[in-house]
Design a protein around this ligand. Sequence first.
Ligand code: SF4
Length: 461
Amino acid sequence: MIPTRARTDTLVAGVGDLLVRHKAFIRRLQWTTIVLYVALLVLPVFLPLPTSRDFMWNNLTRFAQFVFWGIWWPFVILGTALIGRFWCGLLCPEGALSEFASERGAGRAIPSWMKWSGWPVVSFISTTIYGQLTSIYQYPKPAALLLGGSTLVAMVVGARYGKAKRVWCRFLCPVSGVFGLVSKIAPLHFKVESEVWRRPATQVGAISAVNCAPLIPIKTMQGGSACHMCGRCSGHRGAIRLAWRRPASDIVYGSGRAATRFETFLIVPVLLGLVPAALHWSSSSLFLFIRQWLAELCVSAHWIWPLSGRLPWWVLTNYPSASDVMTVIDGLSLLVLIAMSGVLASFIFIVALVACSLVLGRRSRVIHHLAQALIPVAAASLFCGLLSLTITQLHSDGIDLPFIDRGRGIIVLLAGAWSVAIASRIAALYTASLRRRALATTLMAIPTIAFSWGWLVVFLP
Ligand code: SF4
């Protein structure tokens, strides 16, 4: 009789093999997603703005808003944390269109500037801020501009660089950095067994080439945070299979050990600072305080235009018919709030990380490795923050989800506790002393608890 663990492993590996066998079905699925994506992005632009009598079941614009921001964005993050980047490899319309263009494109070599590891960070920050300034969650035009523009650029990049590759997804996509980080906590990955890989070709049989669209050196793939989980390499040389792993083991023993400063930057000031401010600025009393302060400065300097002047909708929110106009002062206040939040998160977490590295022996690599322990709390913060969009949209349609705020609070608290536990496991790799390990864990626990508590106050006012 086959033991349960072996049976489960075979079953999971079988799911990976299914993806290889059903490429045509996956292609059809991708085209269906593309058609839906384009329709929901473009059609609402030509419709009048919804009124208070419109709901998601009788108004296409409201329906599209709910699909994009109430379901797609938060639940792709959740899915990535639970099962890895299957969205990227199997369903993402942008990635599929970029690869489609690349199959028929010029196939040029990828320029070295494009391979800079900081692009996903820069593009995530800029699209997040631009999306808030133009109210992307509320209006179809900025959504079409930002998402549609990103898709067009992805196709242009695909048409110029690489052959049947996803150069855009690998190096430039605004969310690839975030997905790569979040996928590190997933319990599923494509495992490469290098011993098996090294077997001579005579033992392996016929070996067909694999097109890894995101350009991963499959043979040496570790952890797989860049892997789109398309499954095309499943079973290759008998050395690759979809497999379970201990959640977050990639952070402690795998790619987390080779973490870069860009990943630390994406986790600390961005996911733990900028994102919470960008998701909750409209209900922030600090935002009102900054706006009041800037307004008084303008009045005392006799600058009236920043208080009343309007800019086009593609620069700042400008919908007088919906009584929704952002002045220059509003936009500036938002930028100041976001910057302050990033600085505050950097301060509280970087101080703890540096102190830990000193406790554990002054190794700068320790800082980046320990910063990876914060991925669960950062992912939970992003998911629960984005759920606000789901909750608000459902609420405006008369649907209230009981206990959802308590649920969100519990998720962030549990994720915070998990982050502290991971930090403790990482600390154990750098010191044999229980005292030093306990001190390092406590140092990481202080800002993590403070951060989780901050969300709890937002969820349960
Ligand atoms: S390594 Fe490449 S080919 Fe294999 S599953 Fe990941 S993205 Fe697909």
